[in-house]
Design a protein around this ligand. Structure first.
Ligand code: ADP
Ligand code: MG
Length: 347
């Protein structure tokens, strides 16, 4: 589903490659940590998956597509399959929680009816059911990150990329975010999370790809953080180390109480008419071999034959409310409406 074949990235004006012949294959339904010290190349890898950066060498396939063959014009359609969250949340400060999430659907041409149903559902799922009318500055950091996650998953992306999503949060709040990401993964979404925080990686016992100076130094199915960048308790004051150990204990016991290492797939609920319509739009042309369970309606893979990404375009685009292209849609990689002439028949 996400395949890196000897991928390198050298930024202009730098001596060493930021990413150096990295290869891995992430299957549908996996939860994968990309770990490593600051500067080891984690964000560069995520940006290449999003096609925000292009590799200087090697090949990347995402959802069956060779990213080097996707034209710039089709990139926004491709990105609809990927949800993204960042360390700094990136919410629109002048919009309510509801409107932050709704806007990401408006810019891809979803109908008002769809938005009125989907946004409350996803806010409920991330634990913000009662906070739809709040503005970001009226929320805690953890709540703001939940809004960002709601926005990232509301369109049921096949893949959720999270770049240091707990980087600005305290341990207890981070724990809630980790549980949420785990739940999203358990419902079928592939999750790739970059982090340099050891605690959750150790506890979660998921696949760990470790980078050091752009090179994969470890790829373990059920790894911990490892030694390369783990916090050395000896470097901390005794008081600091006590706090850290205590918070790890809390996190460990809470997580073991609430998160099973391998969550059983939830029984899919019956689809509403809108969901079923969404599912039909997103139906893969060539299904991949069965692997992990999927969210009802989540796209599994795209056709490998050509790059007709019109399959990703919304059916209701022609009657959709128009939203002006702006920095937010650009930041999210969403397409302005002029591209929607491209909408083709649903296959
Ligand atoms: P991480 O996310 O693990 O901290 P990054 O992927 O951000 O690592 O960075 C890897 C290396 O690439 C670092 O040395 C960083 O300075 C360099 N780098 C990242 N982005 C750019 C850029 N746009 N231009 C030049 N160098 C960059
Ligand atoms: Mg980074």
């Amino acid at each position: 589903m996400i395949l890196f074949e000897s991928v390198s990235k050298k930024y202009r004006g730098t001596k060493r490659p930021a990413v150096d012949r990295v290869s891995f294959n992430i299957e549908r339904g996996e939860f994968v940590f990309i770990v490593g010290a600051s500067g080891s190349g984690k964000s560069s890898c995520l940006r290449m998956i999003l096609r925000e950066e292009q590799p200087s060498g090697g090949r990347i396939h995402v959802l069956g597509h060779d990213l080097s063959k996707i034209s710039n014009r089709k990139v926004p359609y491709f990105r609809r399959n990927l949800g993204v969250v960042f360390q700094d949340f990136r919410l629109l400060t002048n919009k309510t929680v509801f409107d932050n999430v709704a806007f990401s659907l408006q810019v891809i041409g979803k109908s008002r009816g769809f938005i009125q149903e989907a946004v409350p559902d996803v806010l409920e799922m991330v634990g913000l059911g009662g906070k739809a009318k709040r503005f970001p500055h009226e929320l805690s950091g953890g709540e703001q990150q939940r809004v960002a996650i709601a926005r990232a998953i509301v369109n049921k992306p096949a893949v959720l990329l999270a770049d240091e999503p707990t980087g600005n949060l305290d341990p207890a709040t981070s724990l809630g975010i980790m549980q949420l990401l785990r739940a999203i993964n358990a419902s079928g979404t592939t999750v790739v999370m970059a982090t340099h925080e050891a605690t959750f990686v150790d506890i979660m016992q998921q696949r760990v790809i470790e980078l050091s100076q752009g090179v994969v130094v470890r790829d373990e199915q059920r790894g911990g953080y490892g030694e390369t960048a783990a916090i050395d308790l000896g470097d901390l004051t005794e008081a600091g180390a006590r706090v850290l150990r205590a918070s790890e204990d809390v996190v460990r016991s809470t997580l073991s109480a609430h998160v099973e290492p391998v969550a059983a797939p939830a029984d899919p609920e019956p689809l509403s008419v809108e969901e079923a319509e969404f599912a039909m739009q997103q139906e893969p042309v060539i299904p991949e071999p069965p692997a992990a369970p999927t969210i009802p309606g989540a796209p599994e893979s795209l056709a490998d034959d050509d790059l007709d990404l019109t399959v990703l375009a919304p059916r209701q685009a022609s009657q959709a409310p128009s939203a002006p292209p702006g920095t937010f849609s650009a930041a999210l990689g969403l397409t302005p409406n002029e591209d929607q002439e491209d909408v083709g028949p649903v296959r």
